[in-house]
Design a protein around this ligand. Structure first.
Ligand code: NDP
Length: 307
């Protein structure tokens, strides 16, 4: 029986693990089959404090993992296939075996949705990005496209308009689902142009990276070759929360609802990082939530032992 079990090994999970280990709670972590989360698929990270010259995403995650293991966190590169949080102790199933724990910190993250273009994976970090806040700086003075019509796409466009020469917002229909206020800000911005109703049919590239896109008018089918320096996806994220229903509440997009910082509706089950954050989705905010979850789990265990 463990005191703290952490599911997921991005910045939220690893920060929770570090805090729980230093509180003497001997945490275990199930890191999943692709440990390290979204940062392992990025290149330079220049917005995580403490690295004056920036750091590569995979290296940052490697450092966090080493920090956690050095202070005693046991990390299993395995997936939790099922959970039963209906009573204490909380139950998880890993490789067919039952794992019992007093508390669980869910930090399974979210996966950025992409357009699944054939050469997309090869161009990630070489012209295509899923995070303006993370990568916008590399496109200063350049011309970029943002795809999407929700609040994420609006926010990314506005963020990039502060850095780039021109931002073209491409959306597949002429109605936006973003809030009115965000739409208005985008429409009024002198550096942002709308390109609707269009989709990106193809990413054009040379051996250095992205050079442009082929846009397709969704009403007429007309194709347009569009030279561009950067392509940002703002088409939403899929939070990895389905495993935890019905023991947590989720919003319309699948993000786990938390109250009082990181508490879910099930006592002893906490959620931290992108899995519970539809707004900020940053490594540093995920790490902050991981810290909160570990401290709240410690408090929960203390109260249980007093009861
Ligand atoms: P949404 O699901 O709201 O929007 C996704 C957008 O991407 C839609 O316009 C959708 O088009 C488009 N899209 C999806 N798939 C494709 C595709 N394959 N090709 C082209 N376009 C596609 O996601 P968001 O991330 O924008 O927002 C999620 C939640 O987070 C919302 O509740 C939002 O309000 C919230 N949020 C809040 C923020 C804030 O408060 N500052 C900031 C960011 C998000 P279509 O409309 O045609 O389906």
């Amino acid at each position: 029986m463990y005191k703290v079990t952490i599911i997921g090994s991005g910045p939220a999970g690893l920060t929770a693990a570090i805090y729980a280990a230093r509180a003497g709670l001997e945490p275990v972590m199930f890191s999943g089959l692709q440990p390290g989360g979204q940062l392992t698929t990025t290149t330079d990270v220049e917005n995580f404090p403490g690295f004056s010259h920036g750091i590569l995403g995979p290296e940052l995650m490697d450092n966090m993992t080493q920090q956690a293991t050095r202070i005693g966190v046991r990390i299993f590169q395995k997936e939790v296939s099922r959970v039963d949080f209906s009573s204490q102790p909380l139950r998880m199933y890993v490789d067919g075996e039952e794992v019992l724990s007093q508390t669980v910190i869910i930090s399974t993250g979210a996966t950025a949705k992409t357009l699944n273009l054939p050469n997309e994976q090869a161009l990630m970090g070489r012209g295509i990005s899923t995070c303006a806040t993370c990568d916008g700086f590399f496109y200063r003075g350049k011309r970029v496209i943002v795809v999407g019509g929700g609040d994420s796409a609006m926010e990314e466009s506005l963020y990039l308009a502060n850095l780039c020469q021109e931002v073209i917002l491409v959306h597949r229909q002429d109605k936006f689902r973003a809030s009115m206020i965000m739409q208005e800000r985008v429409r009024r911005h002198p550096k942002i142009t709308l390109k609707i109703p269009f989709t990106v049919a193809e990413a054009l590239a040379d051996d250095k990276g992205l050079t442009g896109v082929m846009l397709k008018n969704t009403e007429t089918g007309e194709l347009e070759n569009f030279p561009i320096d950067g392509l940002f996806y703002g088409i939403g994220h899929s939070p990895n929360s389905s495993l935890f229903a019905p023991f947590v509440d989720v919003d319309d997009h699948g993000y786990i609802r938390v109250q009082n910082f990181t508490e879910t509706k099930t006592p002893g089950v906490f959620a931290a990082g992108d899995i519970a954050d539809p707004v900020f989705k940053q490594a540093i905010t995920a790490a902050g939530m991981g810290c909160q979850a570990a401290i709240q789990a410690a408090k929960f265990i203390e109260l249980m032992s007093e009861a």
